[in-house]
Design a protein around this ligand. Sequence first.
Ligand code: FA5
Length: 348
Amino acid sequence: MTILEFRQQCEKALDSCRKESQEVDSLDKLNAFKGRHLGKKSALTSFYQGMKDLSLEDRKVFGQVLSELKANITAIYEERLKEIDEKMLLEKMAKKKVDISLPGFDKATGTIHPYFKVVREIVDFFVGLGFVVADGPEVETDENNFERVNIPKDHPARDMQDSFVISDGWILRSHTSAVQSRVMKEMGGKEPVKIICPGKVYRRDNDATHSHQFGQIEGLVISKDATFANLLELLTKLLRHLFGEKRSVRFRPSFFPFTEPSIEADISCFECDGKGCSFCKNTGWIEILGAGMVHPNVLRLNGYDDKACQGFAFGLGIDRIAMLKYGIDDIKKLYLDDADFLAQFRKE
Ligand code: FA5
């Protein structure tokens, strides 16, 4: 075969390829087209097979024509592939029309837990008055939790705080007063001390206003001249700040082994507004904090000279305050992580 005849045959093959490509309008048809024109049984492959019988010189000339044919067929194939891909994409998009008038997805955003809202509010109040935030561990020594705050072993006051024992000499702290001993030890008998400490505490308690786990904020002030009047003024300001002017507050004498004199503060019940109901055990009041002047024994036990300085301390129940502020009728709601219950605090 002359090169002219070969060229004509190649052009014929290319012509039929071009014509056929007009009919190709789907991926299936395109694959069949590829097999016919570029596959094992195609004219192109048979032309390549014929090359082995040619002389070296003819092979160069014929080979060039054949390479052109292959490049042209491949270009036709690729062009059709691109067109079909675009067509399929457009069809897919037409089926999946986006309706921009539909409402968007509502993302469930979190919120600050009411317990921590109260912590923040109280911490801000005291930091604004120059108090420093101290910290202590929840697994505490019996010594710090009881002995160093004037509750020796076998003292009946231990019954007021039925605690969870971890191992010999270690308990889950039953009040944040344990931090008092730590801070005093750290200060090495120096004053002034002006700290607050928010944290979790644990006791064997269980009813609507008592839980086995709850939060307290401890406050401790030691100086040469901290007085009981200072304590009352500070707590009154705090309670007005937290609950407003309307809710009634009362202070009454109480007993704590680590303070003398001792008091407790109550807020009028939010359920019955002081009339008496099952929630407040018919008293009309809900207890929220204990306080008093630091007992001289506590000062001495923790390295302070009780003749040279004095102080006051207080312990607030965080959960109770959250219940009163937000009208929560069961303390357990504060730690059960019920998303529906917590959602109501989103807008606050
Ligand atoms: C104490 O724990 C003392 N450490 C407080 C204190 C500190 C007094 C410094 C004097 C000086 P009390 O056991 O009363 O005191 O608890 C303090 C507050 O914690 C209570 O007023 C109450 O609001 C809260 N509280 C007590 N027990 C529970 C409980 N089981 N569940 C929820 N809150 C509680």
